[in-house]
Design a protein around this ligand. Structure first.
Ligand code: HEM
Length: 405
């Protein structure tokens, strides 16, 4: 298969449902390939799935994030381009430093009882709703509420606002997908960005009047005291991106992980009480079923990578989910092995933009999964799971289960 056929297969419904055979075919073609017949306005000139080349490019601070040309006046792009995830140093360094201070080991420690409380409440609800063999939706009842409620409490968003908020997150995420940049999706993403900006302006005003213990209160106090090198509008952009980034990713860590884990009953049985095994499972789930499938970076100068020329300012499409199954780095890459060790997967990226919340998601997995299996050792998936249909954020959106209770 040549690389263009392979990419169109990957973007098809079949590829979005199961991209892994396409990634395996890509590895056979090499770590990086040129895209000879790319569309007229595309700035992507190569696609890479090799672990080593992606690890090297992502760690290189000169490879940079480029926003799509001609979209500068769109609300969604203005929000993205004033947030750490989408920009380059020195602004990236300045903004990331503000938020890095909020993800301290102490704050993580404070999150533990919140995660345990939220998880146990969800498990109680599942026990009740699933009594007598009734089917539940694992995503609606476990995978979604845990990260949503934990992060909402951390940031300081009222729980009652979450359904409204989630709709806006979905509109933005649709736009982020490979084929997502249609005028309709752009319009919805712009609406979402404008509404979320208004929402945060009100929330910030409220916390000024009535400060709490949450992230927003702390940041607003620091902002007003001159202790934070951010404007209020930049604070809003970063809050939008932070909550978006924390959300569906962690939902998919749980939902994509369940079928993998249940296929290994001996692992599931051993999880409660074995913290090392649990950590291994969380990392192996993220390696095999990464919620984020691709990133992109632009070349700082003309260069040649493994014989593939990439001109200055052209992008490499970086298939990190393919790199996580690179047989050169992960022998038997399709085998679930929570004790495999080896290099870290690229599920959280690497380098300058390495995920700021990786420790939060890992902690949620470490605390919630053993509780789930201790409570419901006979948990079973009863129907074929339904995937999101997005390749950027790929994961299970609906999955019927019975608790065995
Ligand atoms: C399993 C869950 C998660 C996955 C798979 C994930 C994945 C990623 C990836 C791949 C990146 C790198 C983006 C790039 O290089 O362009 C990233 C960045 C980021 N993530 Fe996560 N993430 C997860 C959870 C979280 C959580 C819980 C938070 C917040 C608490 C968060 C906040 C961020 C932020 C703020 C960035 C941007 C950092 C920067 O640009 O410097 N993520 N994440």
């Amino acid at each position: 298969m040549d690389v263009e056929k392979l990419l169109s297969g990957l973007y098809s419904d079949e590829g979005r449902q199961n991209p892994y055979p396409f990634y395996a075919a890509l590895h056979e073609l090499g770590p990086i390939r040129e895209l000879p017949n790319r569309p007229e306005h595309s700035t992507v000139s190569a696609v890479a799935g090799g672990y080593d080349v992606l690890d090297q490019l992502l760690r290189d601070p000169e490879w940079y994030k480029q926003s799509p040309p001609g979209w500068e006046d769109e609300e969604i792009l203005r929000t993205f381009n004033s947030s750490m995830m989408f920009i380059n140093p020195p602004d990236h360094t300045r903004m990331r430093a503000v938020f890095a201070k909020t993800f301290t080991p102490r704050r993580l420690g404070e999150l533990e009882p919140v995660i345990v409380r939220v998880t146990d409440a969800m498990l109680d609800r599942m026990a009740e709703a699933g009594a007598g063999g009734a089917e539940l939706d694992f995503v609606a009842d476990f995978a979604y509420p845990i990260p949503a409620l934990v992060m909402a409490e951390f940031i300081g968003l009222p729980e009652a606002d979450l359904p409204w908020y989630r709709q806006r997150v979905d509109w933005i995420d649709e736009f982020m997908d490979v084929a997502g940049k249609t005028p309709e999706r752009l319009a919805r993403a712009n609406t979402a960005a404008a509404e979320l900006r208004g929402y945060y302006r009100e929330l910030i005003a409220d916390r000024r009047r009535r400060p709490g213990e949450d992230l927003i209160s702390g940041l607003v106090e620091a902002l007003d005291g001159g202790g934070v090198d951010l404007t209020e509008e930049e604070l809003i952009s970063n809050l939008i991106v932070l909550f978006n980034a924390s959300f569906v990713t962690t939902v998919y860590m749980f939902s994509n992980g369940l079928p993998l884990l249940l296929a290994h009953p001996e692992v599931v049985a051993a999880l409660p009480g074995d913290d090392e095994l649990t950590r291994g499972c969380v990392d192996e789930v993220l390696r095999m079923e990464a919620p984020v499938h691709f990133l992109a970076r632009a070349a700082p100068r003309d260069t040649v990578l493994h014989g593939v020329p990439v001109a200055k300012d052209e992008n490499v499409l970086m298939l990190i989910a393919a790199a996580n199954r690179d047989p050169a780095r992960f022998p038997g890459p399709d085998r679930f092995d929570p004790r495999r060790g080896g290099p870290p997967s690229l599920a959280f990226g690497v380098g300058l933009h390495f995920c700021l919340g990786s420790a939060v998601s890992r902690l949620e997995g470490r605390l919630a999964l053993p509780r789930l299996f201790a409570r419901f050792p006979k948990l079973q998936v009863t129907e074929k799971p339904v995937y999101s249909g997005s390749l950027f954020l790929r994961g299970i959106d609906t999955m019927s289960v019975t608790t065995g209770g």
